[in-house]
Design a protein around this ligand. Structure first.
Ligand code: 13P
Length: 250
């Protein structure tokens, strides 16, 4: 079963609204590939302006997080219906920075994932081990608990909306990319886990992105791995030149 590659740019806590709209415009006008899904993930303030500026472009827009209630007395949270109405199509769930600095747990990831599906957004569930976990032989155990927690109770039929992003924490923002073999091995583990938890068809059709210091020089090697279905890019997505370079390498 063929899986469409996705190149996604997570802009994290960077760019003013004006800068974000300008970068989105540069990406859209430089785009030469329509066989890939291209996604930009701005901060919340820039999401709607960026989505509006991309309305006649194939570039998709996503949110960096989502709260599990639709509305209510939850100061500073952003809900699924708000994201959807602002133009988001995808949303990150459980990015390691959220797990590390904002106490995201498997349980809150699962609630957010449910809220995304309910709002008609496609969740991108981020999983990945720290260096200490890798070095002590726990990498697969960590992936297993993040996958089983984040996807708890999900039915096979809902998995066509779900993307997984494997982002080893030690490779994020460090310049230390996972080797092609390390990425291939982790992706194969994740696909095997999905096959065992759901079924082979679900495993074969689920898109699994790699994230962690992806740049135009290393993108082709990583994306050539048959189990790697795209990239979730941080730092190198903040310049049109390097993001387009990654797209071109795909
Ligand atoms: P870097 O590409 O800066 O390592 O960030 C990866 C990431 O966290 C994307 O979500």
């Amino acid at each position: 079963m063929s899986r469409k590659l996705m190149i996604a740019g997570n802009w994290k806590l960077h760019l003013t609204v004006e800068e974000a709209v300008s970068l989105a415009g540069e990406i859209a006008s430089g785009l030469m590939r329509e066989d890939l899904d291209i996604l930009v993930i701005p901060g919340f303030l820039a999401l709607e302006p960026v989505a509006l500026s991309l309305s006649s472009s194939p570039v998709l827009v996503g949110g960096q997080n989502i709260f599990w209630e639709d509305q209510g007395a939850y100061t500073a949270e952003v809900s699924g219906p708000q994201l959807k109405a602002a133009g988001a199509r995808y949303v990150l769930i459980g990015h390691s920075e959220r797990r590390q600095y904002f106490n995201e747990t498997e349980k809150t990831c699962r609630l957010r994932l449910e809220a995304a599906l309910k709002a008609g957004l496609r969740p991108i569930l981020c999983v990945g081990e720290t260096l200490a976990e890798r070095e002590s032989g726990q990498a697969e155990g960590v992936l297993e608990s993040q996958l089983s927690g984040g996807l708890a109770g999900l039915e096979a039929g809902q998995m066509d909306q779900v993307t997984i992003a494997y982002e080893p924490v030690w490779a994020i923002g460090t310049g230390l990319t996972a080797s092609e073999e390390q990425a291939a091995q982790a992706h194969a583990y994740i696909r095997g886990w999905i096959g065992a938890r759901f079924d082979k068809d679900v495993a074969n059709s689920t898109r699994i992105l790699y994230g962690g210091s992806v740049n135009p020089a290393n993108a082709a090697g990583l994306l050539n791995q048959p189990e790697v279905d795209g990239a979730l890019v941080g730092g190198a997505s903040l310049s049109a030149e390097s993001f387009l370079g990654i797209i071109q390498a795909a």
